[in-house]
Design a protein around this ligand. Structure first.
Ligand code: C2E
Ligand code: CA
Ligand code: CA
Ligand code: CA
Length: 278
């Protein structure tokens, strides 16, 4: 039994070692990645449920790192958050998204807004909100058409820095959305405390709603909650027409997912918009 225990320990420690090694490798590779121009943005549309208004667009970060193979933001963003590099990377994302949005707008493409994912670490950084506004101005993009997608974890703490940040953003009309809604914390006080205008129902609920009535009740409850608070509700990760139909029936305002489009290169997204989102 002792022998087996030791083997198990070795097995786990080997595994942990590999994970630490990969983490360090990624952390190291992230340094200077902006300067080496290894990042790009992919763009995924969010369609209005009534199809009577132009779609919104979400910017999603992509990292082309020669050598370490494909590395998804779900893997490298948490590492960038831990080592603090996310602040610089996040600034790059905001600037690039504003630049691209302004270019599309000048080219006559119709879309409602551009949404950018923002990590809790960025919000805590002093001067973040001012930099957001400066970035908009620098690229001639109206702050009212730049939405920031925040996770619940970014909103639970009520600090002076956060309050100042939301004051500045609200003064300039920057819309805020809560991403992955329902997966974080059960305390919903932050919905009244901060100027949130939109809830994004997490993909896990959408994936479960057709198979499980309990999950379908959760999505319906989120739609009711959002509307009762004067917010819009978006469903993400919609892959089938059955999911879409149920979300429409439930009163969802906007829908996003592979059913309509995967995240696209700027060129393909522009093409998609010109075709009228087909
Ligand atoms: P998210 O913000 O919840 O974005 C949705 C993720 O689901 C994206 O993965 C998207 O490609 C994927 N997705 C969209 N539609 C579908 C669908 O119908 N089915 C399925 N199975 N997946 C779908 P991605 O691009 O790999 O991003 C993963 C996460 O990384 C994002 O989740 C977000 O939390 C984070 N992230 C991405 N870009 C940024 C960024 O610029 N800054 C920060 N802080 N986080 C980012
Ligand atoms: Ca998002
Ligand atoms: Ca999400
Ligand atoms: Ca997510």
């Amino acid at each position: 039994a002792k022998e087996a225990g030791r083997n198990t320990w070795q097995y786990y420690s080997q595994d942990a070692l590999l994970r630490i090694q990969r983490r360090l490798e990624i952390e190291h590779a992230l340094l200077g990645a902006i300067e080496r121009e290894e990042f790009s943005l992919a763009y995924q549309p969010l369609l209005h449920a009534a199809h009577d208004q132009p779609p919104a667009i979400e910017a999603l970060l992509r990292w082309h790192r020669p050598g370490i193979g494909y590395c998804s933001p779900a893997e490298f963003i948490p590492i960038a958050e831990k080592c603090g590099e996310i602040v610089r990377i996040g600034d790059w994302v905001l600037a690039e998204a504003c630049r691209q949005a302004a270019a599309w707008d000048r080219a006559g493409l119709q879309f409602d807004r551009i949404a950018v994912n923002v990590s809790a670490v960025q919000l805590r950084d002093r001067g973040f909100a001012e930099r957001v506004i400066d970035t908009c101005h620098a690229h001639g993009w109206p702050p009212q058409r730049l939405e920031l997608e925040l996770t619940e974890s970014a909103l639970i703490r009520d600090t002076d820095v956060l309050r100042h940040c939301f004051d500045v953003l609200e003064r300039h009309g920057v819309p805020l959305a809560v991403d992955d809604f329902g997966t974080g914390f059960s305390n919903l006080h932050y919905l009244n405390r901060f100027p949130v205008g939109r809830l994004k129902i997490d993909r896990s609920f959408v994936q479960g709603m057709l198979h499980d009535t309990g999950t379908a009740e959760v999505t319906q409850a989120i739609v009711h909650l959002g509307h009762a608070l004067g917010m819009k509700v978006v469903a993400e990760g919609v892959e089938t027409e059955q999911e879409e139909a149920m979300l429409r029936r439930q009163g969802c305002d906007e829908i996003q997912g592979y059913l309509y489009s995967r995240p696209l290169t700027p060129r393909d997204l522009a093409h998609w918009l010109r075709q009228g989102g087909a």
